[in-house]
Design a protein around this ligand. Structure first.
Ligand SMILES: [Zn+2]
Length: 550
């Protein structure tokens, strides 16, 4: 039995521990000393290590997994969004408007109203909400902006358009579209970079408010079994500085209960160059990660950059191949500059054309001998041409994908891409191609609950309609593969494979106790929501119990 010296502080025993360590996949007991795992083995082997002051916990046969890592989360946006008008589960436009109206009461005159997460496809609609929907509930004095669930579109009210100075005469900004009615007036719906025209007027929260929101966000993630995240950047937003400095304050105060690998926006490359920083700078709690670049938009907003046009829903779509939000020449420059500074690239690419352009640039860099210290990664890889699939493993590029997008988007994909859905969210094919796969949620775009992601990867159907067939069922993956992508896969993608990702002596003691035996459920053939409804009984972060279900 592998172990390190000295008396443990805590022993968990009588458990079904799935370690994600190939040398010892299953164990019954585990010992922790000073934030680290010191022994993993049978009950007898581990309990004999107990000494004076060792606390022992009988887990009654519960399933234990390594703490889960969300490899793609907009953590600050998610945490601040917890304070916004919640729109993700609004079942209709009427409900969205009702919730916004409820928020207006009690707001000081002129205060902004913001919210996240509405999605017309969940209402059985294809039209986006517009300013004239919002104005009756917000009134003329409160500027308001509400992001679509994918963050690639947003609706502003008339007051917000006025604050931003958007009129019929305002040209579309580069990489963005201001939707207009037949008479040329802005409708209030904004796409991609046009959102920023309004967003930059939304007041920035004070540092203390951000600190409090991030701390609460970590507590929420702990309850969901998450003990590490890869925090993603937004394009042309100052979110990086705000999030990084807030995390540094929480780090100093010993208040971090989630490890954060923080991306850096490409527009901050000159600062990295000036300071001589490299990826990996930081420690086991907080470290600098990849440089984030954006290639295209999203499927739902019809801004994914495609090889072939969207299916002909209406005449305009017959020519629409999506949007390139960063010129490829600029991307190539940024990829090279980052890699030469010692930073790998994390690049958002949804459409098959976007993915190909990224792979082409990675290939050029590899051919030129410019190797990053950690693997580059592509975020989402939602649609990839069959001939491009093997290039991920060949070029050592991580596929950072979000299983819940598959079930959230399956109807939209059928509608806008038809049978090309066969090349979307193809997790089985990605794994079989040899690519390193890391799973995440993309919260607040989707729910960060990892068990919803487990369900999506295993079942490929929404939990609430399990009677319907799985969506491209041959792309389902196994539970062990799913857990790997949420633990070691994500750890390797961030260069954290020696620190976390498996329950191995010497690693940080981050682990969760699950309220049901997922392996037994899967072996029994999941029939309903059993996996999606799994809950965390206890979360241990660095050897400390940070959450325990009441
Ligand atoms: Zn994202």
């Amino acid at each position: 039995m592998p172990m390190l010296s000295n008396t443990p502080d805590l022993i968990l025993y009588n458990a079904r521990i799935y370690t994600v360590d190939v040398d010892q996949p299953w164990a019954a007991a585990l010992a922790i000393r000073k934030h680290r795992i010191v022994a993993v083995g049978s009950n007898d082997e581990v309990l004999t290590l107990a000494g004076q002051g060792t606390r022992t916990l009988d887990l009654g046969g519960s399933l234990v997994l390594p703490g889960l890592c969300d490899a793609h989360i907009h953590f600050m946006a998610y945490a601040l969004g917890l304070q916004d008008v919640p729109l993700a589960d609004a079942a209709s436009k009427a409900e969205m408007l009702r919730r916004i109206g409820d928020r207006v009461a009690g707001l000081p005159h002129g205060a902004w109203i913001t919210g996240w997460g509405w999605n017309e496809s969940r209402w059985g609609e294809t039209a986006f909400p517009v300013a004239t929907d919002l104005d009756p509930v917000t009134g003329p004095d409160h500027p308001a902006l509400f992001s679509r669930s994918d963050g690639h579109g947003a609706v502003a009210n008339t007051a917000a358009l006025r604050v931003a100075g958007i009129t019929a005469a305002t040209p579309n900004p580069p990489g963005g579209v201001i939707d207009r009615s037949a008479d040329g007036q802005p409708t209030g719906f904004l796409r991609e970079q046009a959102i920023l025209l309004v967003e930059r007027h939304v007041p920035v929260p004070a540092p203390a408010e951000i600190d409090a929101a991030l701390q609460e966000g970590m507590a929420v993630l702990n309850r969901l079994g998450i003990t590490a995240v890869h925090a993603q950047r937004m394009k042309d937003s100052p979110d990086g500085i705000q999030e990084w400095s807030s995390l540094l304050r929480l780090r100093e105060q010993g208040k971090m209960t989630v490890r954060v690998a923080c991306n850096i926006a490409a527009h901050d490359l000159p600062h990295l160059a000036a300071l001589g920083l490299r990826a990996g700078f930081g420690d086991d709690h907080l470290r600098l990660g990849h440089v984030k670049v954006f290639t295209d938009g999203s499927l739902g907003s019809r801004t994914a950059w495609l090889l072939d046009p969207f299916v002909k829903l209406d005449p305009a779509e017959a020519v629409n191949r999506g949007v390139s939000v960063t010129p490829p020449e600029q991307m190539a420059r940024e990829f090279r500059q980052a890699a030469e500074l010692g930073f790998p690239i994390s690049v958002h690419a949804i459409g098959d054309r976007a993915n190909r352009v990224c792979l082409d640039i990675f290939e050029e860099l590899k051919d030129a001998g410019v190797e990053p210290p950690l693997p580059h990664r592509i975020e989402h890889v939602q649609i990839i041409a069959a001939e491009d699939l093997p290039r991920l493993a060949h070029l050592n590029v991580t596929a950072s994908v979000q299983p819940i997008h598959a079930t959230d988007d399956m109807d939209t994909a059928d509608l806008f891409l038809g049978e090309r859905g066969a090349h979307m969210y193809n997790f089985r094919s990605l794994l079989d191609s040899g690519a390193l796969v890391a799973f995440g949620s993309d919260a607040p775009v989707a729910d960060p609950n990892p068990f919803l992601g487990f369900h999506a990867a295993l079942v490929r159907q929404r939990p609430e309609r399990m009677e319907a067939p799985a969506w491209y069922p041959h792309e389902r993956i196994t539970l062990a593969e799913t857990i790997y992508a949420y633990t070691m896969g994500a750890a390797r993608a961030a260069g954290w494979q020696k620190t976390i990702g498996s329950l191995t002596p010497g690693k940080r003691a981050d682990l969760i106790v699950v309220d049901r035996d997922l392996f037994a459920l899967v072996e029994g053939g999941v029939v309903g929501r059993e996996v999606a409804d799994a809950q965390v009984e206890m979360t241990i972060f660095g050897g400390e119990i940070v959450y325990r279900k009441a």
